[in-house]
Design a protein around this ligand. Structure first.
Ligand code: SF4
Ligand code: SF4
Length: 87
């Protein structure tokens, strides 16, 4: 499952640079995670890096985006290929 940032986000900016998939960006009001780019850090790390650094624990699993670990690994591989093609 992709992760989601709740409205408890204090816009501290710590998580954005920690994401290995560039899935986190400043949104209109708070930081947001692009579910198409979030692999729960599968392929890069053993645990979600954004969750590890968030000072207010406002990053949660998005139940709307249910994915198996195989699907997350496949997404990771697609992102690597896609980003390599973009240069
Ligand atoms: S779980 Fe990993 S891939 Fe997903 S947004 Fe957080 S840091 Fe990025
Ligand atoms: S680390 Fe947490 S509080 Fe800070 S910008 Fe990211 S989601 Fe928001």
């Amino acid at each position: 499952m992709a992760l989601r940032i709740t409205d408890e986000c204090i816009n501290c900016d710590v998580c954005e640079s920690e994401c290995p998939n560039s899935a986190i960006k400043q949104g209109e009001f708070i930081y947001e995670i692009d579910p198409k780019r979030c692999t729960e850090c599968v392929g890069h790390f053993d645990e979600p890096q954004c969750v590890a650094v968030c000072p207010v624990a406002c990053i949660i699993v998005d139940a709307q985006c249910e994915e198996s670990s195989e699907q997350l690994l496949e997404k990771y591989k697609c992102l690597i290929e896609h980003d390599a093609l973009k240069g």
